[in-house]
Design a protein. Structure first.
Length: 380
């Protein structure tokens, strides 16, 4: 049994904020949680800062100088996870950017092996593409695109550890494919898509439950053509990923979206590249040089290539720029993505029975320390 004590700060416990907390942890899970008084001392001094549930990031392309596309190994995933743990992320999906079936299979096998090896934080895998729309390719290489055929479906629906998430263009999915993926437990998400509102709603009916980086790599909503973005804002079912980095989406648009949708269906994602936690920010993606400057990752043509965002930074911007209260921002970074992944019974909230995954932030929402399963993995 491990005892953890946090005092003199603000502890996010569900929708409540406690001035301090004492946790008993066994086998990586919280077995008791006691609210402490504001004048309690001892343990970890939050010094006016925050303790939040560990962040859950469903879209992590890389970190610490490693791109998952380049290093689909257990050690590659370990390095990516360690880089993001420095910013409060305690669970993540290593994300493969559009590639061929062999690489998809390798990525999924690496995720399985990483979970079996006990790599801290890995919660599954995200396969973004290759069954996406070339008209909304973003930084993805269209030469690697292919239909969602039997080969891909067989790979994606095999039994796997953790949660498998797939981003696809629903308008290109063959009949029955989305339902087949959903029936196999895959979290199907729409992205890099030209889907009409009607096509999007039909996909929701078939089991598509996510929107990958809302507003990015999809048509803008128009008064007579709401498209995928309009469907996502109108329909209460899908969870929507938001990249809050000041680059991908204007803050005013994000504030409108947050007012339009149920609170528990909006979640923060980073879409992070290898630059997060790396000394050398610039990198190469599938043969293209990517320059990182002022938080923006772009190729020579100015196309965005993921982000240089970490989850603590996303929480900070959500509070400061979007006017969201810290408990809700914490839920957007932890509780809601855990729910989207079907992992609410394991993580996402500071509560008895769940993983002792914790993110300590200072008063300015800068990362201070991180615990995964009650073990400190970052911070002094």
């Amino acid at each position: 049994m491990t005892e953890l004590r946090f005092t003199r700060g603000s502890v996010v416990v569900g929708a409540d904020v406690w001035p301090g907390i004492a946790l008993s942890v066994a086998d990586g899970r919280i077995v008791a949680a006691t609210r402490l008084a504001a004048d309690a001392t001892g343990g970890t001094d939050l010094a006016g800062g925050w303790l939040m549930p560990g962040f859950v990031d469903t879209q992590v392309n890389g970190g610490g100088g490693v791109l998952f596309n380049d290093d689909t190994t257990v050690e590659g995933i370990r390095a990516i996870g360690a880089a993001h743990a420095r910013y409060g992320t305690t669970a993540f999906l290593p994300t493969l950017i559009s590639d061929g079936p062999d690489r998809v299979a390798a990525a999924m096998a690496a995720s399985d092996a990483a979970i079996a090896a006990g790599v801290p934080g890995v919660a599954g895998v995200h396969i973004e593409g290759p069954a996406i729309n070339a008209a909304r390719k973003g930084i993805h290489d269209p030469a690697r695109f292919r239909p969602l055929d039997r080969t891909l479906l067989d790979i994606l629906t095999r039994p796997h550890r953790g949660t498998v998430m797939v981003t696809l263009a629903p308008e290109l999915a063959p009949p029955g494919a989305i339902a087949e993926l959903a029936a196999a437990g895959v979290r199907v998400s729409a992205g890099h898509s030209e889907a009409s509102c009607e096509e999007a709603v039909a996909a929701f009916d078939q089991g598509l439950t996510g929107i990958t980086h809302l507003f990015n790599a999809m048509p803008a909503m128009r008064q007579r053509e709401p498209g995928l973005a309009g469907a996502a804002l109108d329909d209460p079912r899908p969870w929507c990923g938001l990249i809050v980095d000041g680059v991908h989406v204007a803050p005013a648009v994000l504030r409108i979206a947050l007012r339009a949708r149920p609170a528990d269906r909006m979640m923060l994602v980073t879409d992070a590249m290898s630059s997060v936690g790396a000394a050398n920010k610039d990198f190469v993606l599938q043969g293209r040089a990517i320059t990182v400057q002022d938080g923006s990752c772009v190729d020579a043509d100015g196309t965005l290539a993921g982000s240089d965002l970490d989850m603590a930074g996303a929480v900070r911007r959500t509070v400061r720029e979007l006017g969201i209260a810290p408990p809700r921002a914490a839920a957007m970074a932890a509780t809601y993505p855990a729910a989207f992944l079907g992992q609410s019974g394991a993580r996402g909230t500071i509560a008895v029975g769940l993983a002792a995954d914790l993110a300590q932030l200072d008063a300015g929402f800068g990362a201070v320390a991180t615990w995964i399963g009650g073990r400190r993995v970052f911070g002094g």
